[in-house]
Write a protein that binds this ligand. Structure first.
Ligand code: F1X
Length: 323
């Protein structure tokens, strides 16, 4: 069982343009899609597509469009009523696969609502294999929310605590490191920001540089880092070593949620007892399949091709000459 918490869920609208985005112009859309979203929600959608048992915990009233859509899609979820409408996020996709995303801040979560959400998570996470804490934090929620929850989980369940994976950005992600999560899933931008590297493109261009950056997070107490590097594939960095997974180029249709599908692919492989490199292989296969689908559509494992992914192992401490 995998439990996810998405404190700031969204109704994701994707607008497909027939040509490049023209700022300031009126453009007619080719098509539009709408999905319940937010990172943990997407992970549960991807797990459900592959028949894996999961529970998405999120704030939101039962009649909110996000929760109605989850119910309609048969995605197991638990909403904490907040008396406010969840946010809508917009993605604009161009024919060459370029995606422009505009995310709203989301409704404020009061202190009482935050405490109730934490209690709900602690109750439902008991006995789970993984707890995934995912996405941005809504207004009113302190940056230490994920760190505090991770610590609380360890205090309450000790050695029986579920493994914690965190997929966030900015201050909440930075604050989470000291709580020693089992897995972080940054993309190149997030990894660069976390490790003080000014040029995220340099991490996609040089995965060994990305591995060295991720290694500093392992030294700081993180169990493993799954770093997604866009078309360059992904890295899995642990104290034992690191693996680089690459794949043949794909025609990207929409990259929205591709990282979430990567994490879902990793988790469902881990749940099946796969080795670390095979979990990474499935993560890259899932991410590629998601990027080939419109909007924030998530693939089932049967729509992925892990055999197309090449995984290479490298030494524990990535060195300058691991090129
Ligand atoms: O604003 P956040 O919480 O950082 O990200 C939210 C979001 O962009 O993440 C998902 C894709 O990963 C989308 O479903 C959703 O709109």
């Amino acid at each position: 069982m995998i439990v996810t918490l998405t404190p700031n869920p969204s109704l994701d609208r994707t607008i497909e343009l027939a040509g490049p985005l023209a700022r300031g112009d009126v453009q007619r859309a080719l098509d539009a899609h709408q999905e319940p979203g937010g990172k943990g929600v997407n992970i549960c959608r991807a797990l459900a597509a592959s028949g894996i048992e999961s529970l998405a915990i999120l704030p939101g009233d039962a009649d909110d469009p996000v929760l109605l859509a989850l119910t309609a899609q048969g995605i197991p979820h638990l909403g904490l009523p907040i008396g406010a409408t969840l946010r809508s996020n917009i993605a604009i996709t161009e024919p060459d696969g370029t995606t422009t995303k505009v995310n709203e801040p989301g409704p404020v979560l009061t202190n009482e609502q935050q405490s109730a959400l934490v209690e709900l998570v602690l109750e439902k996470a008991e006995g789970a294999s993984w707890l995934v804490l995912a996405g941005s934090l809504p207004p009113g929620v302190p940056d230490t929310f994920y760190a505090d929850l991770t610590r609380e989980l360890k205090t309450r369940f000790g050695a029986a605590a579920p493994k914690v994976a965190i997929d966030s950005s900015g201050a909440p992600l930075a604050a989470a490191i000291s709580a020693g999560p089992d897995l972080l899933k940054p993309n190149a931008d997030e990894l660069a920001e976390l490790t003080g590297i000014s040029d995220p493109d340099s991490l996609e261009a040089d995965p060994h540089l990305a591995a060295r950056a991720a290694q500093t997070l392992i030294t700081a107490g993180v169990g493993a880092v799954l770093a997604t590097l866009g078309s360059q594939g992904a890295l899995l960095v642990t104290a034992e070593g690191y693996w680089l997974a690459t794949r043949p180029p794909i025609v990207a249709v929409s990259t929205v949620g591709a990282g979430d599908s990567s994490l879902a692919g990793f988790l469902l492989s881990d749940l099946a007892g796969a080795s670390a490199p095979d979990c990474l292989r499935q993560a890259v296969a899932h991410g590629a399949a998601a990027a080939s689908l419109p909007g924030s559509t998530v693939p089932a494992v049967t729509q992925t091709d892990p055999s197309a992914v090449t995984v290479t192992a490298f030494a524990t401490h990535p060195k300058e000459d691991d090129q």
